[in-house]
Design a protein around this ligand. Structure first.
Ligand SMILES: Cc1cc2nc3c(=O)[nH]c(=O)nc-3n(C[C@H](O)[C@H](O)[C@H](O)COP(=O)(O)OP(=O)(O)OC[C@H]3O[C@@H](n4cnc5c(N)ncnc54)[C@H](O)[C@@H]3O)c2cc1C
Length: 423
């Protein structure tokens, strides 16, 4: 029973792991020379059940239109992308009702909690060092209104298992002393003690090695060209290095899932939303923040990962281009320097890794996990801003579905692509 997993990002490697554990002969194919070298390389590093709310949320369509053409907009839709996202955009807008938003957030939360448990289990079993930190995450707010509104939303998720604490400015500084300089600008924070941090590139590479040690055939540096089907069944995968016959194929190509499956006549509503991160050595900055932090008003994440600091943010709909836009990078640095004025003394862009990645975003803001109308052809993609958080849980869920087991949590909505059928 050969099962091919396409793409060795955070999601593909976790999928390969669980399928192997489930007894499949797994082939994992990736165009890069190593695992997790594209979007799973430089993400914010946070494993956050606290961030499960989709971007398709009440008020968002109006905001996106208002932000059109504004270089410093939190979510910038480039005019040239508009013709390509019409249908996706309509579906996105349809998911911005309060009811759908809540349902989709709840679905992500179930998967995030399942995923955190799975990540911890894999980390322990495979002995992967990925700069794990378990201090939680502090989300800071600068206006009372935004803090209250975030708390109302979080209270709903708290009914479904999310734990949090509301922190006043004094408690914020107690949790993160580097906030002392800007304490007077803070309305407060929500503190999520169970969120974690880790390097998803390191984890996926460790996991790929663990998969290989357990018999997964890792074919890296090999570009997938097409998926062959016959009489409504998957048959083989054709790559730059040959043709591999398979009973089951799982497409975990992140943002590239849609163009790949379009060749098979399957429309997958996933569109790339570019984000950037800047990573540098903590080095001489002794008083650098140690608490992972998300600044809600300035919209960036500030995360210590091992001996490095990573600042991430920006959302830009601009097609498949992976170049970090200088204006967006400058805005993130300026915002982070506002929150942590000491950053200016220690930051040197020439010694930093400036990176961009494409979040694979679906209209519901939930991943697409399931079998397509072509028998044996499965999708595990569309994890948007949550791919690191949801990766291990998604890998586990799809392996359960493929083998006809109950995954034990509700499966994310099908989004018109995946079909439910008995194994
Ligand atoms: C700035 C930024 C910050 C983020 N912060 C966080 C965060 O803090 N927490 C969180 O949970 N998530 C975060 N994310 C989201 C997360 O990084 C993504 O959701 C996740 O990496 C997607 O993983 P993936 O495996 O689906 O896709 P990818 O990592 O893109 O993997 C897909 C793989 O498929 C390969 N591939 C594509 N086409 C082909 C082909 N034709 N042949 C062979 N191989 C191919 C690619 O090389 C790639 O390795 C962030 C994203 C960004 C951009």
């Amino acid at each position: 029973m050969t099962t091919i997993v396409l793409g060795a990002g955070a999601v593909g490697t976790a999928t390969a792991w669980y399928l192997r554990k489930s007894g499949h002969d797994v082939v994992l194919i990736e165009r890069q020379p190593e695992a997790a070298m594209e979007t799973s390389w430089g993400n914010g590093g946070i494993i956050h059940a606290s961030e499960v709310e989709p971007w398709s949320q009440p008020g968002m369509p109006t905001k996106i239109i208002k932000w059109l053409g504004k270089e410093n907009a939190p979510l910038l839709l480039r005019y040239r992308a508009i013709p390509h996202i019409m249908r996706w955009g309509i579906e996105f807008a349809r998911n911005c009702t309060p009811e759908r938003f809540r349902e989709n957030a709840k679905s992500n939360l179930h998967l995030a909690l399942h995923s955190l448990k799975s990540l911890q289990e894999i980390g322990a079993e495979a002995g992967i060092d990925y700069d794990r930190a378990t201090r939680g995450v502090l989300k800071i707010y600068r206006s009372r209104d935004s803090l209250d509104s975030a708390q109302r939303s979080t209270d709903y998720l708290a009914q479904h298992g999310l734990l949090y604490e509301r922190a006043d400015p004094d408690r914020c500084v107690e949790l993160e002393p580097a906030l002392k300089d800007t304490k007077s600008t803070l309305a407060g924070a929500l503190y999520f003690a169970r969120d974690e941090v880790g390097d998803s590139n390191k984890f996926a590479q460790g996991l790929a090695a663990a998969c290989a040690a357990r018999g997964v055939q890792c074919r890296f540096g090999e570009t997938i060209e097409k998926i062959e089907t016959r009489s409504g069944r998957v048959q083989a995968v054709v790559t730059s290095k040959g043709r591999i016959v398979a009973d089951t194929v799982v497409v975990a190509l992140g943002s590239f899932t849609a163009p790949m499956l379009a060749k098979n006549g399957i429309r997958v509503p996933i569109y790339p939303v570019k984000g950037v991160s800047i990573t540098f050595k903590r080095a001489a900055w002794n008083a650098a923040p140690t608490m992972p932090l998300i600044d809600d008003s300035k919209l960036f994440g500030f995360v210590p990962i091992g001996d490095r600091i990573r600042i991430s943010g920006s959302a830009e709909i601009t097609g498949y281009d992976m170049t970090p836009a200088p204006a967006r990078v400058a805005a993130i640095i300026a915002n982070a320097s506002f929150t942590f004025p000491e950053l200016k003394r220690y930051f040197d862009i020439s010694k930093s890794k400036v990176w961009a990645g494409l979040r694979p975003v679906s209209p519901t803001g939930t991943p697409i996990i399931g079998e397509t109308r072509i028998r044996g052809l499965w999708i595990n993609a569309g994890h948007g801003h949550l791919g690191w958080t949801l990766s291990c849980g998604s890998g586990r869920v799809i392996a359960d579905l493929i083998d006809g087991r109950d995954p034990g949590i509700p499966v994310p909505p099908p989004q018109g692509v995946v079909v439910a059928r008995a194994a």
